[in-house]
Design a protein around this ligand. Structure first.
Ligand SMILES: Nc1ncnc2c1ncn2[C@@H]1O[C@H](COP(=O)(O)OP(=O)(O)OP(=O)(O)O)[C@@H](O)[C@H]1O
Length: 246
């Protein structure tokens, strides 16, 4: 039997006449983050939504710990789907936003758990603020904390840092890596940004013309001439050479 924590088997999805996803197979090991890349409109969000249960597939099966989840309602899947616009509950403080899911779970030691999460997020002094008093990056951190604190089985992130400026984005990437590894979380991380995909992912997959290509390793990805990594390296080499010639 497969050791995969998440396994997607032969998944198809069509919108009207457009076959968006064709026979998608994917395997993800517990504690790993898979970066998912692909051109705009290639079907990345559609795939995440199908895994989360927010969209249905035409064909295919999805297993989490060898249990079929595509037959379950979204709230029974213990999957968090987080996207770019950090939607916090506007009437709740940062602290209460993070506490929300814990209260639903009737968890123990909620204030201590929320304070520990605020500290990990570097926001220990900001818990009392309402969402409209937080910056974009701070809101995204709280949304992140709210998702992680309930220890989801699987985290699906759809361009979560797309709207952030480069400095905050880089900070969030490091924070994400730390939190995910300290909680041994399993995640799929959609991004347009090649560098971010490489920084964040333990492995990389790409959707192209409806097909999903899962690379065996990050180095297999670098070596694929279609990955764009080589072009990126050449760009910087040229720039360096030009600068040296000046
Ligand atoms: N509910 C829907 N009804 C019809 N077509 C849809 C629907 N949702 C998505 N699509 C189409 O499916 C295709 C894939 O969309 P999707 O949002 O999954 O792409 P994506 O790879 O996430 O794109 P981006 O990187 O731009 O966010 C697009 O052509 C889109 O127009």
């Amino acid at each position: 039997m497969s050791q995969a924590f998440l396994r997607i088997h032969q998944l198809d999805k069509q919108f009207g006449q457009d076959q968006i996803l064709k026979g998608i197979n994917l395997e993800l090991t517990k504690g790993q983050t898979l970066s998912l890349i692909g051109a705009s409109g290639s079907g990345k969000t559609t795939l995440l939504k199908i895994v989360a249960g927010l969209e249905s597939a035409d064909q295919g099966k999805i297993y989490l710990r060898e249990n079929r989840i595509d037959v379950l309602a979204p709230q029974q899947r213990k999957i968090i789907y987080l996207y770019q616009d950090a939607l916090l509950f506007p009437h709740l403080s940062a602290f209460d936003n993070i506490a929300f899911g814990l209260k639903l779970q009737k968890a123990k030691h909620i204030p201590a758990q929320v304070n520990a999460m605020l500290e990990k997020l570097g926001m220990q002094d900001q818990g009392h603020k309402m969402p409209d008093q937080l910056s974009g990056g701070q809101k995204q951190r709280i949304a992140f904390g709210r998702a992680l604190v309930i220890k989801p089985q699987l985290l699906l992130l759809d361009e979560p840092f797309g709207a952030l400026d480069p400095e905050i984005r880089s900070h969030m990437q490091k924070l994400f890596k730390n939190l995910v590894s300290s909680q041994n979380l399993t995640a799929i991380f959609v991004t347009h940004d090649l560098k971010e995909a490489i920084i964040i992912g333990d492995n990389i997959a790409k959707i192209e013309q409806g097909n999903l290509i899962q690379y065996d390793s990050k180095s297999a990805f670098y070596q694929d001439e279609k990955s764009g990594v080589e072009d990126e390296i050449l760009f910087w080499k040229h720039l360096k050479n030009e600068t040296n010639e000046d």
